[in-house]
Design a protein around this ligand. Structure first.
Ligand SMILES: Cc1cc2nc3c(=O)[nH]c(=O)nc-3n(C[C@H](O)[C@H](O)[C@H](O)COP(=O)(O)O)c2cc1C
Length: 192
């Protein structure tokens, strides 16, 4: 039997960003359990400056992807580094969706009045992705969804309340792949 420490460390080290999903939808209880885990993340002064929007409407997710793709392509115009070039090519493909066919998109929203909400919501997002992994659910942070803020029609449909900003767009679903761990560079640590 692995110890509790071994189980926790294995979850941390084995979580991967998942970019292929099964068609099988996630039920509401599962998404609620992931959010419930996320709210246990630490927050500055314990203020918990977040709200969540769960999108399970695949047609809306496709519309967001269709809007973001050309915007992202424009942002990557002239890029030369390898990752950017690969991603720009992907964005040109009709069949590529920035949400990789995941069954749910969860937006972690931060209170714009709170100066720490970006940190707090990011910790919440990390906790949600770890919890999902522990539950056998795949996840990925989709920074590529960021341009959606420039589309007022889509923002209206997402029901982002006034005074809140999208900090973490996260996708969840049953994993359709088991990726290798991307190389981790040796950390540069200064010991004093
Ligand atoms: C802020 C942020 C934005 C990201 N945006 C994207 C994205 O738009 N699309 C994507 O496929 N992965 C995205 N990722 C996932 C990273 O590419 C991934 O975490 C990294 O390659 C390490 O892989 P791992 O999560 O499997 O350890 C993002 C991650 C973070 C933290």
């Amino acid at each position: 039997m692995p110890t509790e420490v071994e189980v926790v460390l294995a979850a941390i080290k084995e979580r991967r960003s998942i970019r292929a999903y099964e068609e099988r939808p996630l039920d509401e209880e599962t998404v609620a359990a992931i959010i419930e885990a996320g709210i246990h993340a630490p927050t500055a002064m314990g203020l918990q400056p977040w709200q969540f929007i769960v999108v399970r409407d695949r047609a809306l997710m496709k519309q967001i992807s269709d809007y973001c793709k050309p915007v992202l392509r424009g942002m990557l115009e002239g890029a030369t580094d390898e990752m950017a070039v690969v991603f720009r090519d992907l964005l040109s493909r009709e069949d590529f969706e920035i949400f990789y066919g995941a069954s749910a998109l969860v937006l972690v929203l931060g209170d714009e009045k709170n100066p720490y909400s970006t940190y707090d919501c990011t910790l919440c997002a990390g906790t949600m992705m770890l919890a999902a992994h522990a539950m056998g659910i795949g996840s990925c942070w989709i920074g590529s969804a960021g341009p959606v803020v420039g589309n007022s029609e889509l923002m209206k449909r997402l029901e982002v309340p006034p005074g809140y900003a999208i900090i973490a767009p996260l996708i969840f679903g049953y994993p359709g792949e088991r990726p290798e761990m991307p190389v981790r560079a040796e950390p540069k640590v200064t010991w004093i």
